[in-house]
Design a protein around this ligand. Structure first.
Ligand code: ZN
Length: 368
């Protein structure tokens, strides 16, 4: 950690594959690709680290095949750090015919119906085969709202799985293992989970089980206490978040790392994120507009193309539409992170936050 401003923190995580500047946003490369982007383009947006999905990769092309081909970095041509999730969350959200036991989860693939099993040991094995730099513990994440007993039971199972994950991960210099705090929106359960994880000991700690439908106010309410329960000298990762204002609010509450499919997914559905909020490029108001999406943005979509062009290629279903809007969105997200890192380092994070919200409140530029 190199600087703090209020609860916001900035710093650098050193890995053998390069530095991760925090607060960091990790683009999601679900199937060994950040959709519509070349890896060098993702790097050009300022991303230091990507996220890969264990669940997707274990089903197709399989972790064993990726390992035989030299590991995930070589396979997808990304030389920087990669964090992989444990597969737990996506088994719960995507797979069919799940059966949860103390041992782990058996399920059918959403792709071809084949049977698979994930456990702490199997998740560690897959993430090791992939060559992941930051490995996540295998956990269970109940959908919210759920009653307290269900959340407590699930959290305690995840803590037993965290211990098994640590045991299975073993001693792997140059690779990190992160524990995942659970406990829903219950402060006592979050505290119990944080204590259990610290007793095991991890290289970093994630706040899990949020951004699952509870809403921003409830999430921020939990982030007012949950990150503070985790060690101050280790990275804190908020999984699956989020919209730009979620990210700024999370950083303000002491989060260092985040990931979300939103900027890339939005790019494929004609949604752009800018300093002035969200722009829907498919709206007819852009059809004759020669101005860039954001005149201050230095990404290729804004430097070289008009709103009229972006509107046209989206309406025409052209592939370049996804490429340009995804690039812009990832660029915007990374600029937001860079802005926060600079503001924290200079002790002006509160002013940064105020400007961020004021610009968004103005809304998009007026139509011509
Ligand atoms: Zn741009």
């Amino acid at each position: 950690m190199t600087a703090t401003d209020g609860r916001a923190r900035s710093g650098v995580i050193d890995t053998p594959r390069g530095q991760i500047r925090t607060p960091a946003f990790m683009p999601v490369g679900t199937a060994a690709t950040v959709k519509a982007m070349m890896p060098e383009s993702v790097a050009a947006t300022g991303a230091d680290i990507l996220l890969g999905n264990t669940y997707h990769l274990m089903l197709r092309p399989t972790a064993e095949r990726i390992a035989a081909l030299g590991g995930l970095h070589k396979f997808m041509n990304w030389s920087g750090p990669i964090l992989t999730d444990s597969g737990g969350f996506q088994v719960m959200s995507l797979a069919e015919l799940r059966k949860l036991t103390e041992e782990g989860v058996t399920f059918r693939s959403h792709i071809d119906g084949s049977r698979h099993m994930l456990s702490p040991e199997r998740s560690m094995e897959i993430q090791t085969l992939l060559g992941s730099d930051i490995v996540m513990c295998f956990d269970e994440c109940p959908a919210l709202p759920a009653d307290r007993d269900r959340i407590a039971e699930s959290m305690r199972l995840s803590m037993r799985w965290a211990e098994r994950s640590k045991e299975a991960f073993g001693d792997r210099p140059g690779h990190a293992l992160f524990g995942i705090q659970q406990g829903g929106l219950d402060e006592d359960l979050r505290g119990e989970s944080a204590e259990a994880l610290q007793a095991i000991g991890f290289d970093g700690y994630a706040v899990g089980g949020l951004a699952v439908g509870e809403g921003q106010a409830a999430m921020f309410g939990c982030l007012d206490y949950a990150p503070q329960m985790l060690p101050a000298d280790k990275p804190r990762y908020l999984m699956g978040v989020g919209k730009p204002d979620d990210i700024v609010g999370a950083v303000a509450r002491g989060i260092d790392m985040m990931d979300c499919v939103l900027p890339s997914r939005s790019g494929r559905t004609g949604q752009a994120w800018t300093r002035r909020g969200q722009v829907n490029i498919k709206n007819a108001r852009h059809a004759d507009d020669p101005r860039p999406l954001d005149e201050h943005c230095t990404c290729p979509a804004c430097r070289n193309y008009s709103r009229a062009y972006l509107h046209h290629v989206f309406r025409s279903g052209e592939i370049i539409s996804s490429m340009l809007l995804t690039w812009h969105n990832l660029h915007y997200y990374q600029e937001l992170m860079a802005g926060m890192r600079a503001a924290i380092a200079q002790g002006r994070f509160a002013a940064f936050e105020a400007t961020f919200h004021a610009q968004r409140a103005e809304g998009d530029i007026a139509p011509l």
